[in-house]
Design a binder for this molecule. Structure first.
Ligand SMILES: *Cc1c(COP(=O)(O)O)cnc(C)c1O
Ligand SMILES: [Zn+2]
Length: 420
């Protein structure tokens, strides 16, 4: 018995060599060259089902409002946890200060598990269900694991997560709370990643590993669809995206590409890849003009700490095809940006997400943004999962005696330090 099909999906095409694959059975990497695959759609058919006016009247708030543009046939029975539909927060005062026509934050800290990874997980869980694969497996030390554990719990699915031994307990507790099966592996993240690929192949489980499954970037592209819809189908001039494996920026590109094909927008935004200076394989390739070479990654921002980006081809294309650029930021700049963002906007981002703001500030200082442009910063995840790194730049005050005099003295000392 074959699965249901989304007839809008034509098949998959290799980003590297251009060879196309049928939609069935769902492929992973290009069989000819090992390159990453793009989902290809029949845009005329989609336009007959989905229109901007139709979306305006749709009460579905989750990413499933774009189901006609996703590589799945149906939607999950329960969509009430609401993946997607995150706010686009306007920052008019900062926009004025920086001489921009508009500045926005796409606030992905408000996803169910606190990061943009939920978009990929939600679509991957539906995809795996449609192909009868009950168990989903992933290697991760952070947000992808939290996301899979959270949404598997919501949908009543089995999740198996492999982590390198020694992963911080703070990261593991939420996964276990959500009832996922957690298997520490004696080895590195790369060892866990390879083991997941083997498990998926041998046991017939569904892999949520980034970089091999084209469905993940299709899920992540919904963030671009939302940004465009929230701007009344106007693409911004620039979008700043923190980049690790490159799956997010590849998905952002694909979302804006789909909209341009549908004729709902009239341009692609310039995509800016922001990386930590100690983990900059993509930016180095952009600057050198060639292919990606592995680095020895070292940064406080663990969501973008990557030796060899697994979606590097899509990341390079996203920047090159939109006439964007890459930019690196130091860990100090990331931590300062994290604090400035929380203080200036109320949005508490994790270091990997704050990197987008740090990259934006650096691009401004290097005059890489023109006056009057509209800019969106993709704030990809919440700071609440990683309090130790956020604690570095803020000082914990000592307790005072429980009387007014002691408080007055404390308050004066505190506010004096503020203006220093
Ligand atoms: C995973 C992640 C990124 C990087 O995404 P890639 O697809 O690996 O480039 C950025 N920010 C956060 C919060 C993440 O979890
Ligand atoms: Zn190929």
């Amino acid at each position: 018995m074959g699965p249901l099909m989304n007839n809008n999906l034509i098949g998959y095409r290799c980003v590297a060599c251009g060879i196309s694959q049928p939609a069935e059975p769902p492929p992973m990497l290009c069989p000819a060259c090992g390159g990453a695959l793009d989902a290809e759609y029949d845009y005329d058919r989609i336009a007959a089902q989905l229109t901007p006016a139709g979306l305006t009247g749709d009460t579905e708030r989750s990413l499933w409002r774009y189901r006609a543009l996703l590589p799945v046939a149906g939607t999950p029975a329960n969509r009430s946890l609401q993946v997607g539909g995150t706010p686009l927060v306007a920052l008019p005062v900062l926009a004025g200060k920086f001489d921009l026509s508009a500045l926005y934050i796409k606030d992905e800290t408000r996803q169910p598990s606190g990061s943009l990874k939920d978009r990929a997980t939600e679509v991957a869980l539906q995809h795996s269900a449609e192909y009868g694969q009950a168990t989903v497996v992933a290697a991760s030390t952070g947000n992808a694991a939290a996301s899979l554990a959270t949404l598997a719990a919501h949908h009543g699915r089995r999740a198996v997560i492999l982590v390198p031994a020694g992963t911080a307990a703070g990261k593991l507790v939420p996964i276990m709370q959500c009832g996922a099966i957690l298997c520490p592996v004696d080895g590195t993240y790369d060892d866990a990643f390879e083991l997941v690929e083997t498990i998926a192949r041998e046991l017939g489980w569904y892999s949520r590993n980034s970089g091999s499954n084209p469905v993940l970037s299709e899920g992540k592209k919904t963030v671009a669809l939302e940004i465009a819809e929230q701007l009344q189908w106007e693409a911004p001039d620039k979008v700043f995206v923190p980049v690790g494996d490159g799956c997010i920026i590849g998905g952002v590109y694909k979302g804006f590409y789909d909209l341009l094909q549908l004729g709902w927008t009239h341009k692609l935004p310039q995509l800016v890849a922001v990386q930590a200076a100690g983990s900059a394989a993509v930016v180095r390739a952009l600057e050198a003009g060639g292919e990606i070479e592995a680095v020895q990654a070292d940064t406080i921002a663990d969501g973008i700490r990557v030796n060899l980006p697994r979606d590097g081809q899509k990341a390079l294309r996203a920047v090159r095809a939109t006439d964007g650029f890459g930019i690196t930021v130091t860990d100090d700049e990331i931590l300062e940006a994290q604090h400035a963002l929380a203080k200036g906007t109320g949005i508490f981002a994790e270091p990997s997400a704050a990197a987008a703001y740090a990259g934006f500030k650096k691009a401004l200082s290097q005059r890489l943004i023109s006056p009057g442009e509209s800019v969106v910063l993709l704030i990809t995840g919440s700071g609440l999962k990683d309090l130790p790194s956020a604690g570095r730049l803020v000082e914990q005050p000592e307790p005072v005696a429980a009387n007014l005099g002691a408080f007055r003295e404390f308050y004066e000392r505190f506010t004096a330090g503020e203006s220093a």
